[in-house]
Ligand binder design. Structure first.
Ligand code: FES
Length: 212
């Protein structure tokens, strides 16, 4: 949570905006973000997960509003990061281009992508993982193929019909265990059945996964 706050705040500052206005905007956004924080709470894990995704959605909404008023986002000076959450979605921060199955292109700086296979708003998470009790620790079953870099870059995610989400561009995947995996391209499982999560191993064909 703290890392997300730091990287996002420094991102806005580095985007060359009015620092005072930006500070107020970020303060408001992060008040909303932190209000939903479950850090240090006594909540059960399922409820904590639900609150975390609600927080991520608040951040999504905020970035969407910014996009409406300011057009496509500028290149933020942050590396692209993917948090493989425990029993939840892929929480992505960075310079993101998302190509939907129908060819629509969406720009974002933060996205929560479904990886349980049950979202009714695919490719975006809608908290179905909580009801479906998606049990996955977020362990990463591959190792880095390139060195980590703090240089800002862009990444494009493409939704494949009835299949995974492919990506091109440097991303650093990490999880609650401190595992880190840096890749330039690959396929991320969104059917929830891969034995190599968060990457696709072709299981979507075996289980007849449908995206729409
Ligand atoms: S999308 Fe899950 S294994 Fe391919």
């Amino acid at each position: 949570m703290e890392n997300t706050r730091k990287s996002t705040a420094s991102a806005a500052v580095s985007a060359g905006q009015d620092p005072e206005k930006t500070n107020v905007e970020f303060e408001d956004a992060f008040i909303a973000y932190m209000d939903n924080s479950t850090e240090g709470s006594e909540l059960q894990p399922a409820q904590q997960q639900k609150n975390l995704t609600t927080s991520a959605k608040a951040l999504d909404r905020w970035f969407k509003e910014r996009q409406k008023s300011q057009g496509a986002p500028r290149l933020l000076e942050v590396p692209n990061e993917v948090l493989v959450s425990n029993g939840g979605p892929l929480q992505i921060t960075g310079n993101i281009t998302l190509v939907h199955e129908d060819g629509r292109v969406q720009y974002a700086n933060h996205l929560s992508l479904c990886r349980c296979g049950h979202s009714r708003s695919k490719p975006v998470c809608d908290d179905q993982h909580v009801d479906m009790e998606f049990l996955n620790s977020g362990k990463i079953f591959e190792v880095s193929e390139i060195a980590a870099s703090s240089r800002p870059s862009k990444v494009t995610f493409s939704c494949i019909k009835d299949g995974p989400i492919t990506f091109r561009g440097r991303i650093t995947l990490h999880n609650q265990f401190g595992q880190e995996c840096v890749k330039m391209r690959g396929s991320l499982c969104r059917c929830g059945q891969s034995a190599s999560k968060p990457f696709c191993d072709g299981s979507h064909s075996r289980v007849g996964f449908k995206t729409g």
